[in-house]
Write a protein that binds this ligand. Structure first.
Ligand code: ATP
Length: 638
């Protein structure tokens, strides 16, 4: 018996080692097949659930490379030069050599691993464990203030010195902020659900068909629960404690945990809207042009404001926090509201353009110093007095919104709506929205099962109609800046043009889409130079998809900024890679006549327009023009 206990302890210790996790990462990196990646993860999770369930939460965070829920705002993403210093100091190699290796290989993780490999050590270091690495990464992320850089370097060196085999490669990638080995969050969620099913011994007796059904429903449950309560801190303990069928009862949404917002599909015409909603009831609302704000009032009265990205923005909006009591009716206790915060002219009582909102201070905001005021326009009520409303139809949710809150001048308004199905009425409402400084309309399914709130989904039950884009491709795109070209003439001291990319969440790559040199003011160009020069990298990241005939900028950047860009239309091009494989096996889609609109401060690079969206725009355009892409009319061969 004693021997068995001892053996079990040994197995547990091995399971805790970081090497086991790296081994799984390595296998995932060596395949592109999602099913295989899921299988590797399931195998690891099952072992952990069976032997060391207490470690599952940390292990999961390491797999998605996060340090906690998004709204806690603790992030990695250490700059290249600091990481290089740490690698140089811990391996005794000089920076010049390291830089040249990096330029050759393109992956700092691999450079770190190889540098360790060439190093002679007298003693084998003690094995790194998952909890130790996780804790240290968290410590590194929270270091601020005086000599933060050198403190961070010391901690990183501590980890690197103890690394063996592949470990240094993944430590560096954790620190860079992204593993990029195919462990997209949806894959991890699916593996987690399956592992819970497999680790329940009773399920092994089920027929294959029953088991498949059970696996599919477990995956659906876990993903559903995560969308409305995106925090593993609650979900993992509940998964370990209760049967999966009961998960929803123990993980209900509540104030303090922001839901992933529901998103809309772009449309190019009102007839497209009518076609989509034929036979359904729908409602039109003004589409306000500001910043999305999810307002939470917790059971204890605390108010929090969250962004589109689930970032806690409460300190940025003391004016919102202080006005809440005025617009909440006395019978209303806790709630979650979906709103748009818009710049507001108090004297004139009218909305101001988005450009004004973007000049509002984002840090250390004191109410008495606020110069750009905001008004809230509430368009949905997702939770009220202790109960979730997201499965109720919009009609019911709107009733609750009107019953439980009241408009207060200059602070809180209900989004204007109009419920007629007549195209002329809709056209008039669209014109009125524009006259009222809005972007256009949101058209939403109003009643029945298609009118529920679908967290995180870009749903066809919400359509956006932007007046400005009715003549273009239907919407603007939000693209990531990955490179720049030196300026000429008036622009010699700044970057003159930029290389932009969209994001493919399946391959975790940024795919090039256009060169952009129009739409900037002189101030814009100076500001981009000042902010982006700190993110210059030696060579394109290994996850930049450039293609063989790539447009090559003079300078490369880390993916840090998202810009909204408008274009005339889209074409297939051998020089850009957006959506490669979706329209053509080796060519991508590119924007024609792109024009800079604004910086999207509220979007991180991974929330940029996806390659799937880009190809949808392309196909819609091809359908509308009545020409199929294969006939070559939309091809660019320059
Ligand atoms: P997406 O959210 O589709 O990626 P985006 O962030 O670029 O796109 P838009 O294309 O402008 O935003 O459209 C959706 C946004 O419109 C919402 O996220 C919300 O902030 C804003 N909005 C304004 N009015 C409404 C409304 N009445 N209903 C829903 N959203 C609205």
């Amino acid at each position: 018996m004693a021997i068995i206990v001892h053996l079990l302890e040994l197995v547990k210790m091995v399971l805790w080692t970081y090497a086991i996790l790296c081994n799984t990462f390595e296998k995932c990196e060596n395949t592109t097949k999602r099913l295989e990646i899921t299988e590797y993860l399931v195998t690891l999770f099952v072992k952990v659930i069976e032997l060391t369930p207490d470690g599952l939460l940390e292990l999961l965070y390491m797999c998605i490379n996060k340090l906690g829920p998004d709204y806690e705002g603790l992030e990695l993403g250490i700059g290249e030069s600091l990481l290089m210093k740490a690698v140089a100091q811990s391996t005794g190699r000089d920076m010049k050599q390291l830089k040249s290796d990096y330029v050759k290989c393109g992956d700092l993780g691999t450079v770190a691993k190889n540098s360790k490999g060439s190093q002679k050590t007298l003693f084998k270091p003690k094995a790194l464990t998952v909890p130790h690495v996780f804790r240290t990464l968290k410590e590194i992320a929270i270091i601020t203030g005086n000599s933060a850089q050198s403190k961070k370097i010391d901690k990183i060196k501590g980890l690197l010195v103890a690394c063996q085999d592949e470990e240094a490669k993944f430590i560096i990638r954790h620190l860079e902020g992204k593993l990029r080995i195919g462990l997209a969050e949806q894959t991890v969620l699916s593996a987690l659900a399956q592992a819970v099913v497999f680790s329940n011994k009773d399920n092994s007796k089920l027929s294959t068909l029953k088991k498949e059904e059970l696996l599919a429903s477990a995956v659906e449950t876990v993903k559903y629960v995560y969308n409305q309560l995106p925090t593993y801190d609650v979900i993992i303990p509940a998964l370990l404690k209760y049967p999966i069928e009961e998960l929803l009862e123990h993980c209900t949404m509540h104030p303090g945990v922001p839901l992933k917002p529901m998103l809309a599909h772009p449309t190019k015409s009102l007839t497209e809207v009518l076609d989509r909603f034929e036979n359904n009831t729908f409602t039109c609302e003004f589409k306000y042009d500001g910043e999305r704000a999810q307002i939470h009032r917790h059971e204890d009265g605390t108010i929090s404001v969250y962004s589109r990205n689930s970032e806690n923005m409460s300190v940025r909006y003391p004016d919102i926090l202080n006005a809440v009591d005025k617009w909440v009716k006395p019978s209303t206790t806790s709630f979650i509201l979906d709103c748009e915060a818009v710049a507001w002219d108090k004297e004139e009582g009218k909305i101001l353009p988005f450009q004004v909102l973007s000049t509002r201070k984002r840090k250390d905001v004191k109410e008495e110093e606020i110069t750009v005021r905001v008004a809230l326009f509430a368009f949905d009520c997702l939770y009220l007095n202790g109960k979730s409303l997201i499965r109720e139809p919009l009609q019911k949710r709107r009733e609750k919104l009107y019953e439980s809150f009241q408009e207060t001048e200059n602070e809180f308004y209900f989004a204007k709506h109009m419920d007629s199905n007549n195209i002329e009425d809709i056209q008039t409402f669209l014109d009125v929205s524009i006259a009222n400084y809005c972007e256009g309309l949101m058209v939403k399914s109003f009643d029945g099962s298609e009118a529920t709130y679908e967290p995180s989904k870009r749903s066809r039950n919400w359509l956006k109609v932007k007046k400005d884009y009715l003549t273009g491709i239907g919407d603007s795109m939000d693209l990531v800046v990955i490179g720049a070209f030196y300026g000429r003439g008036k622009r010699t001291s700044v970057y003159g043009a930029f290389l932009l990319a969209c994001y493919d969440p399946e391959t975790e790559e940024y795919q090039t889409i256009c060169k952009l040199g129009t739409g900037f003011s002189d101030e814009n160009l100076q500001m981009f130079y000042d902010t982006l020069k700190d993110h210059v990298i030696e060579k394109p990241k290994r996850f930049y998809c450039l293609g063989e005939n790539a447009v090559k900028p003079d300078i490369w950047f880390e993916p840090v900024q998202v810009w909204e860009v408008k274009c005339a239309d889209l074409s297939v091009s051998p020089r850009y890679m957006a959506g490669v494989g979706r329209v053509d096996p080796s060519k991508g889609i590119s924007l024609r006549f792109p024009r800079f609109i604004r910086v999207r401060e509220d979007k991180d690079p991974e929330s940029a327009t996806t390659s799937e969206q880009v190809s949808e725009f392309y196909f819609n355009q091809a359908n509308l023009q009545g020409n199929n892409h294969q006939n070559g009319k939309n091809m660019d061969y320059y």
